[in-house]
Design a binder for this molecule. Structure first.
Ligand SMILES: *[C@@H]1O[C@H](CO)[C@@H](O)[C@H](O)[C@H]1NC(C)=O
Length: 146
């Protein structure tokens, strides 16, 4: 029985991973346990708003550029999770690409606040590898390096 719960949690995590790739690195999603106030069980606490949010509803993370959604996990017992969306990692520095300060609107609601870059003809932005915690086997690979 415990096995099923673990599998459900993993399925949820992988679902989030898949979504990230579809978005082509434009927005970045991750699931974290929701903040819950003792007096408001069953609701997510939105610290940037200082308010409670019902499951299924989003809230803006201003002054940060991002959005969170209160979600209920599909495992047993269900837990409250916060689906956090943000602009993802910044692209690697490229002298041919510049932050477009005219198109980027930092005060717009997510995802409008994400930085917009413009590149010279032929130049393409590259994004760093997503910082996911490496599985144990990869950690050992790291140790082999001089
Ligand atoms: C930036 O976004 C805000 C909120 O949507 C809007 O009020 C403002 O006019 C925008 N500014 C520019 C320069 O587009």
């Amino acid at each position: 029985m415990k096995y099923l719960v673990v599998l459900a949690v993993f399925a949820l995590a992988f679902a989030a991973e898949e979504k990230k790739k579809e978005d082509g690195g434009k927005t970045f999603k991750r699931l974290i346990p929701a903040d819950v106030l003792r007096d408001f069980p069953g609701l997510c606490f939105a610290s940037t708003r200082c308010a409670t949010v019902e499951p299924g509803n989003p809230w803006d993370l201003a002054p940060f550029c991002g959005r969170s959604t209160c979600v209920i996990s599909e495992d047993e017992p269900p837990r409250l999770l916060e689906l956090v969306e943000d602009c993802g990692p910044l692209p690697l520095a490229n002298p041919k690409c510049k932050l477009d300060t005219e198109k980027t609107n930092k005060t717009a609601p997510f995802p409008g606040c994400c930085p917009i870059f413009t590149c010279e003809d032929g130049a393409k932005l590259e994004y760093p590898e997503l910082p996911t915690p490496p599985p144990e086997s990869e950690t050992k690979e790291e140790e082999k390096k001089p």
